[in-house]
Design a protein around this ligand. Structure first.
Ligand code: AP5
Length: 208
């Protein structure tokens, strides 16, 4: 089963994907997380991706596609996967269609004024990846992960300058995928501006 979560930066895809992937019994493949891990490890891919990511631009399709094709060879992806943040361009969507047919695409529909607050107030745990929001989903102890106790970090691309580039890039490169998947009858839309449990319930309904 190949499921794609589609939506603008900050729509809540990552927040929902972790528990959903565990329930579906497939790996959660976040290209953003994979690229951030490559940047942290200073791999050749990470070194090529870093400047694009910091500025809020997309990483070139060829690099992302090589990374995904390799990841799909791993045994845990044999029964499918949950994509979060991929595909993001028509070139990526067409490439995915050639390697593995997509079963369902869920679009996180959200007004753009909500996104800025979600992104600039986001913090995450460098150890377990748990995502927080200082305004809507804060940790129990200020600045510390509830699970690991580690210091929460802000992503470099969640600063305001990069956020506006990311939103513009999303509209130009990724939004056209809505029509791409709608015309293939794979698209389901869910309202993503409600509380986390409400979005979780809508997501499961869209996949039922
Ligand atoms: P990526 O990591 O994929 O970032 P993104 O798509 O911009 O998505 P985000 O992680 O910002 O948002 P999200 O929807 O997951 O929201 P979240 O759940 O965290 O990509 C980063 C970069 O990597 C790209 O800019 C690009 O450079 C590169 N890249 C990645 N994939 C690529 C690809 N395929 N091709 C080329 N380049 C690629 O939630 C956001 C906040 O809101 C959190 O604080 C959370 O706590 C809060 N929140 C979530 N849900 C709710 C809710 N229901 N109510 C209130 N608050 C909520």
């Amino acid at each position: 089963m190949i499921v794609v979560l589609l939506g603008p930066p900050g729509a809540g895809k990552g927040t929902q994907a972790k528990t959903l992937a565990a329930e579906l019994g497939v790996p959660h493949l976040s290209t953003g997380d994979m690229l951030r891990a490559a940047v942290k490890a200073r791999t050749p891919l990470g070194l090529q991706a870093e400047d694009h990511m910091k500025a809020g631009r997309l990483v070139p399709d060829g690099l992302v596609l090589d990374m995904i094709k390799e990841r799909l060879q791993a045994p845990d992806a044999r029964n499918g996967c949950l994509f979060d943040g991929f595909p993001r361009t028509k070139v990526q969507a067409e490439a995915l269609d050639r390697v593995a047919p997509t079963d369902r695409v869920v679009y996180f529909e959200i007004p753009s004024d909500v996104l800025l607050l979600r992104l600039t107030q986001r913090r995450s745990c460098p150890k377990c990846g748990r995502i927080y929001n200082l305004a809507t989903d804060p940790p129990k102890v200020a600045g510390k992960c509830d699970i690991e106790g580690s210091e929460l970090l802000q992503r470099p691309d969640d600063r305001e300058e990069a956020v506006s580039t990311r939103l513009a890039v999303y509209r130009k490169e990724t939004e056209p995928l809505l029509e791409y998947y709608r015309s293939r009858h794979l698209l389901r839309s869910i309202p993503a501006d409600g509380p986390i449990p409400t979005v979780a319930a809508a997501l499961r309904k869209a996949l039922a």
